[in-house]
Design a protein around this ligand. Structure first.
Ligand SMILES: NC(=O)c1ccc[n+]([C@@H]2O[C@H](COP(=O)([O-])OP(=O)(O)OC[C@H]3O[C@@H](n4cnc5c(N)ncnc54)[C@H](OP(=O)(O)O)[C@@H]3O)[C@@H](O)[C@H]2O)c1
Length: 407
């Protein structure tokens, strides 16, 4: 059989697979392209994911930074707390320091040191009566309180008790004071505390002292009882007097006992605290010597004054400064020795020149004592004025007149 020439059926049959291959090839190519596109898309997606991851990482980093900042803040807060704690500790330390100062205020006066020593066998194990200041006990700035103290003594020991030693230790000094301050009794407070109160106590207890075998009256004086008088012993602590010479305002000249005005000082009138302290101590010396002259030949009483030296640790002169200083213990030692020493030296008496020139009179065995550089009790001269017999008698009489209502 002969086929028509236009017939090409077999080819048509053959062609579709060919076309199909082409098409499939393109299709695959497109598919691959899509695949690559998807791949790129996935890649972009991964990239975005990585970007988000980096962002999260940065966020975590910022969070860590914020946490570190909070930690630093907490650390600063802890540091501030530690600083506050240190400040509280410093405040507690300052409070303890103030407490120690208050303790010292109670414990550093030389009277307390002397009392401690006098209770020891080395100082005859004395039986002590401490008329310490208290709301219920002795206030030397009140004559009624002194009288009450004496009544308490009698009530406790009986009217016929004998007294071996009376120590007049208490004293006050307000050098910065510029106006007079009066007590309820109407006397200048330093004068009454350091002098008049002691006079009344001594006069009340005198009969009891006279009953003892070797009685002593011991008065805490001061080298300041006359800054003008040059010490005649190199061992007496010297105190500068240049403040007077250079003319400190509101101070009076060196002390003298002006009896016309001493007991009539007015409240709030101008008055140097230093002057009245010095005057009170000079008045005490004059009284002591006058009493000794009166007792001479009548009783074995010895009247002893002490200059303990400059002791800045006590309350009295806590804020002062001086080159020559003594310790509280040394102050206690000289009091205890003057109270109990059987070999206490005799006091110095005024020279014939002083008797002639100044009207001084022998003190009949009274003494003015210091602790010398060898730590021995030494009798030295007191100020020229302190030996003035007529002035002493006048003062004695005037002081007793003020005390009379309580005797
Ligand atoms: N420290 C010195 O450098 C020095 C130098 C020369 C002479 N002095 C003399 O030594 C003596 C003792 O002085 P201090 O250095 O030991 O001084 P302080 O520490 O001030 O002691 C003075 C004592 O006197 C007492 N006192 C004050 N006013 C009183 C009053 N109205 N009634 C009763 N007691 C009163 C005080 O009692 P409160 O504790 O209750 O106040 C204290 O116990 C004083 O007479 C002083 O003039 C001292």
């Amino acid at each position: 059989m002969k086929l028509p020439p236009t017939t090409c059926f077999p080819l048509l049959i053959l062609d579709p697979p060919y076309v199909c291959r082409e098409e499939r090839e393109r299709e695959r190519e497109r598919e691959r392209e899509r695949e690559r596109e998807r791949e790129r898309e996935r890649e972009r997606e991964r990239e975005r994911e990585r970007e988000r991851e980096r962002e999260r990482e940065r966020e975590r980093e910022r969070e860590r930074e914020r946490e570190r900042e909070r930690e630093r803040e907490r650390e600063r807060e802890r540091e501030r707390e530690r600083e506050r704690e240190r400040e509280r500790e410093r405040e507690r330390e300052r409070e303890r320091e103030r407490e120690r100062e208050r303790e010292q205020k109670i414990t550093t006066c030389i009277g307390r040191e002397a009392a401690t020593l006098l209770s020891l066998p080395a100082y005859k194990s004395c039986r002590l009566v401490l008329a310490c200041r208290d709301v219920d006990k002795l206030d030397l700035a009140s004559l009624a309180s002194v009288q009450q103290c004496y009544r308490d003594f009698i009530a406790h020991f009986g009217p016929s008790a004998s007294l071996d030693v009376l120590v007049l230790n208490a004293g006050r000094a307000h050098f910065e004071s510029r106006v007079a301050q009066l007590t309820a009794d109407g006397f200048e407070v330093t004068l009454q505390t350091n002098f008049l109160g002691h006079v009344l106590l001594t006069e009340l207890l005198l009969p009891h002292l006279r009953r003892a075998a070797q009685p002593r009256l011991v008065f805490l004086s001061s080298s300041l009882h006359d800054p003008d008088s040059r010490s005649r012993s190199s061992d007496v602590p010297t105190v500068a007097t240049s403040s007077y010479r250079s003319g400190i305002q509101n101070t009076k000249p060196p002390p003298d006992v002006d009896l016309a005005t001493l007991f009539s000082i007015q409240d709030k009138s101008p008055l140097s605290g230093r002057w009245i302290y010095q005057t009170s101590k000079l008045a005490g010396m004059l009284y002591l010597y006058a009493l000794q002259r009166r007792e001479a030949g009548q009783s074995p009483l010895r009247c002893c004054a002490i200059s303990p030296g400059f002791i800045p640790q006590t309350n009295l002169f806590r804020n002062s400064s001086a080159l020559v200083t003594r310790t509280v213990h040394e102050g206690g030692v000289i009091i205890a020795r003057v109270c109990t020493d059987d070999a206490l030296p005799l006091g110095r008496e005024p020279s014939h020149d002083m008797e002639a020139e100044l009207g001084c009179a022998p003190t009949q065995g009274a003494g003015y004592f210091v602790l010398n550089n060898a730590s021995q009790v030494e009798a030295v001269w007191s100020s020229d004025r302190s030996y003035h017999a007529a002035l002493a008698e006048e003062l004695y009489t005037a002081a007793l007149a003020r005390c009379a209502p309580y005797l």
